[in-house]
Design a protein around this ligand. Sequence first.
Ligand code: GDP
Ligand code: MG
Length: 460
Amino acid sequence: MVDLSDTICALSSAPGRSGLAVVRVSGTKSLQIHSKIFRHKKPIKNPPPRLVMLGNVLNPCSGNVMEEANAVCYLAPKSYTGEDMTEYSIHGSPVLIASLLNSICSLGARLAEPGEFTMRAFLHGKMDLTQAEAVKDLIDSTTLFQAQIAARQRSGVFSKKIEPVKKEITDIIVQLESAVEFVEEDLPLEARETNIQRLDNIIKEIRKWIDAHRFGRVVREGFRMAVVGRPNVGKSSLFNALLNQDRSIVMDLPGTTRDLVSENTSISGIPVQLMDTAGIHAIMNSTEELGIKKTYQAISDADAILMVLDRNCFPCEEDMKIRSDLMNLFCIVVMNKNDLESRWSMEQIETFAGEWPWISVSAKFGTDIDRLRSLIFEKIFGSEQLQQEDVLITNLRHRHHLEALEDEMVQAARGLKGGLSEEFPLLHLHKALKNIGEITGETSVEDILTEIFSRFCIGK
Ligand SMILES: Nc1nc2c(ncn2[C@@H]2O[C@H](COP(=O)(O)OP(=O)(O)O)[C@@H](O)[C@H]2O)c(=O)[nH]1
Ligand SMILES: [Mg+2]
C-alpha cells in the first residue's frame, strides 16, 4: 500500500512536447518544497491558497531561475487529494519538466505511482470508490457521451442513490436486532410485514441498477457489429456509409471483400467496432472459403449484426440460409438499395425479419442512414432517454457487488417471509451492507484498491 506520509509529484498533463505542462505535488512537504523552488513575482511569506500566482521556478541547488511559471497552492483538506498541494504550469519542454521533477524529488518528494493522487483523494474521503473509478473512465472516454456518463458518476450520482439504501438496511437491522435482544418481545406481525415491504422495495431498486448495466457496459466498452449478407448486396457500401468514409472497397463484381475489414466509429456517442465481412454464398474456391470462415468468426464475436439484403433482387435460398445461421443473435435487417425498385413484398420482408427490426436504406446514396443509426441506438439502449438522475452502472465490479447485494437481500426477505428467527435475515443484511461498502470503498481490501488505481495514468 502507498505510504501516505510521502510527498509525491508527477507530470499531470500528457508527456511529450506541448504548449504548457502541469506538474503536481501532494503531501506534507509540498509547501516547504514550494518555498525552495518558486520565487513569487511579488514577495509573499505565505502564498494564498487556490490563487494563480506568477513567479520563477528556481534550481534549488544554484538558486538560478529556470523558467517563468504559474503556481497554485492548496492547503489540506481543500485540495484534490485532501493534502497540501502545489501545481505548476510550465512550458511543455520535456527537459524542463524532468528538471523540475528532479528538483522536487531532491527536496524529499518521490514520483507518484499511477493513480496515486486519486487514491489519496479516496483515502482522505474526498470521494468514494465509485467516483474515483469514474475519474479514470472520464479520462479514458473516447466519445462525448461516454465522458458525460463518467462525469455524472464522478459527481457522485451512484453514491447518492446507494446511500439511502444503506440507511434503509441499517434501519431494518436496528429493528431486527432489538427484537433479538429482547427475546420475549418478538417482532410484531405488523412490523415484520413493513420490513418485508421495505426489503422488497430495495430489491426492486437494485434490480433496476443491475439491468441498467447491460447498457452501461456498452457505453463504457462499446460494442462490435458485423455487416453480413450475400455478395453484392451492398455490405461494403453500408460499412462505408456508417463510417462516413470510403474504407472498404465497393465493386460491381461479387466477392470483392475477402478479408475482414474493421474500423472503430461511434453511433450516437457509443463506441462501435464495425466489421465488414466477405459475402456468404456457396463456396467456389479456397480463398473464398477462408473469407467465409472469417465471416462466421466475426459473427460469433459480434454483439450485433446488420444483415444486409438487396431489395432489388428477389428473395433467394442463400438469404434464408444466412437467416437461419443468425438465429438467436441480435440482428437488424437492412433492406438496401431503396433507390431501386423493390422485388420484395411488404409481407415477404416482414416474414423474413420476424422478431428482428428492419429498415430500408440506400447505402450508395446515404438515404436513411441516420435513421439506421437511430434504430441501432434505440435497439441497444431502448427508446427511453437517460434522465439526469438515473443510475447507469458501467462498471463490472459494481455489477458483481450489486448482484451479491441483491442475493443477500432476497435471502433476508425470504427469511422474514418464512417466519424464521431474526438472526437469519440479520446475517444476510450484514453481508448486504458489506457489499455496499465494497462498492463505495468503505470496506475495500488493499489489493482491490491497488488493482483499481494501478490502471490509472501517472499524475492523476
Ligand atoms: N443502386 C444502388 N446500388 C448500390 C447500393 N449499395 C451498393 N450498391 C452497389 O452494389 C454493388 C455492390 O456493392 P458492395 O458494397 O461492394 O457490396 P458487397 O459485396 O455486399 O460488399 C456496387 O456496385 C455498389 O455500387 C444502393 O444503395 N443502391
Ligand atoms: Mg464487400
